[in-house]
Design a protein around this ligand. Sequence first.
Ligand code: ATP
Ligand code: MG
Length: 429
Amino acid sequence: MQQTTGLESNWEHAKAVAAIHEAGREIAASLDLDRTFRLVMQKAAETLPMDAGVLFIRDEAAQLYRVAVSHNMPPEQVEAITFAFNEGVPGWVVQHRRHLIIDDARVDARVHPAAVAAGVLSTLAVPLESRQRVVGVLNLFCQTGTHAFNAEALQLAQVFADQAAVFLENARLVGELRQWAASLEQRVAERTRQIEEKQAQIIRAEKMAAVGRLAASVAHEINNPLQAIALHLQLLADESLSADGQRHLKVVQQEFNRIAGIVERLLDFQRPQKGQRQPVDVLAALDYVIMLAEKQLQRSAVALVKHLPPALPAVLVVENQLKQVFLNLILNAAEAMPTGGTLTIAACHEGDEIHIEFADTGPGLPPEVKAHLFEPFYTTKADGSGLGLAVSHEIIANHGGTMTVHNAPGEGATFRVALPVRATTGGGK
Ligand SMILES: Nc1ncnc2c1ncn2[C@@H]1O[C@H](COP(=O)(O)OP(=O)(O)OP(=O)(O)O)[C@@H](O)[C@H]1O
Ligand SMILES: [Mg+2]
């Protein structure tokens, strides 16, 4: 029951060459793995004495050879044909990196039982090699006779297998290219987002600086008449007024002080450029401010936790302004915890910056508050001026530092001041 390859005549040889060319052309143009494998199989079936076949590829994830495409076989049979690495026909071909012809499939254990059950009598398998590695196995079956495949059939099958291997390599490269393109796109998107964020920050800072300048010049104008009112209030106080008159005067004085306080803070928008910078010990400045705020913290039952290093490099700042920033942050924290909580003050030296953090256990900042936090006159408090953070932010920016807020609504707010140390003249106080 021996069968010849059917490739003896010149006509059939020409047909085989044409089929190879056609497959090659389509493979070069195609990116569709499944379609290309099918084409290889179909061309093989047209030119080789086979009536069924499978193409195994290595499934690295599942650690087995599975059928990527089959020809003339019922799907349930195909599904049953898998081999662990190094087992069966594909295992042998991969291990030995060479073809395998089995003349009588019924007596060879390497042939899958499902194939034998389907009536396979002889089989031919050739490796798909790419970059010195076997990436798959083309396995052809003949059900009509034993000894179906000869050397010429083997040669032809190897050509088809080589074509499929080239395609697999192409697909791998295209896959890598796509992945690279996708990661590039992602990086561009991320960079664009960063640039947009930076731009928004710059616009916000410009807006705030403009409002700040306006506020400061208005405050400057108001300051002169205020001085006059202060003087005359003082003169009035020296007069012997009626009890009612004294009461009224007291109210006027109180409200006057309030206005004077606001004007004073508005003027700070201009002052940062003017004050005298000197090397300041941040820890000493913190201690001083904590002492000032202690009463207020005690009144609100706020516990103070300090995570401070024994020493920090000095920073070149206007000392009073730095203290003012610390005080604003501590008072805000106390005001955010009217029924008690914990204020944690931490400081550290990181790279060429000093970081000082004020973390409270208050309600944190809802998004609408967070968006306007550093704007002048933004306040949610009945008696707030909304200048504390605006001025503080301005002071820190003028010293080449940053003020940021990390916030988890319901879990408290954390304000962080970062100041450069490289601008110091060295040494402490
Ligand atoms: N630690 C904090 N927790 C929750 N909200 C805060 C905190 N700090 C500031 N805020 C919010 O930010 C707003 C602006 O603060 P800012 O210090 O600029 O002004 P203010 O405290 O309202 O007024 P002033 O400082 O003049 O007394 C506050 O009204 C408050 O809503
Ligand atoms: Mg405040």
